[in-house]
Design a protein around this ligand. Structure first.
Ligand SMILES: [Mg+2]
Length: 124
């Protein structure tokens, strides 16, 4: 088991694209490595991207079923979704932690105007 949490001081968005607030950030790269190593050691898929997308969709459906039927494993199904997403991004060589922080920052800078009860983006 690796240490999954670390204190991250977010730096101004101009240098890394991350918000400026101080947060406790899960180290997605460490979790991703642990998930990847487990997949390899157990003989799960590590090469078929299309299959991994399908399995991620399957987990999303399982989460919806758990939500709809008020089953006790809703949180676990969301964890499964994250596991497949982290594996997929590993397969595709995507730094999800970096992408996530940049996208949060981008979303925070976007501005919307509500028209007839629906948000329309007006900036960003
Ligand atoms: Mg599941």
């Amino acid at each position: 088991m690796v240490e999954h949490f670390l204190d991250v001081k977010r730096v101004p968005s101009s240098s890394l694209g991350a918000p400026t607030s101080l947060i406790n950030m899960i180290d997605l790269n460490k979790i991703q490595k642990e998930i990847w190593d487990n997949k390899i050691s157990k003989g799960f898929n590590t090469t078929d991207v299309n299959l991994e997308f399908c399995l991620a969709y399957e987990e999303l459906s399982e989460a919806f079923r758990a939500y709809r039927k008020k089953l006790p494993d809703l949180g676990e199904e969301f964890a499964d979704i994250m596991i497949y997403i982290l594996a997929l991004t590993r397969m595709l060589d995507i730094d999800l932690e970096k992408e996530l922080l940049a996208k949060i920052d981008k979303n925070e800078k976007r501005e919307y105007k509500k028209i007839r009860g629906i948000n329309f983006r007006v900036k960003g």
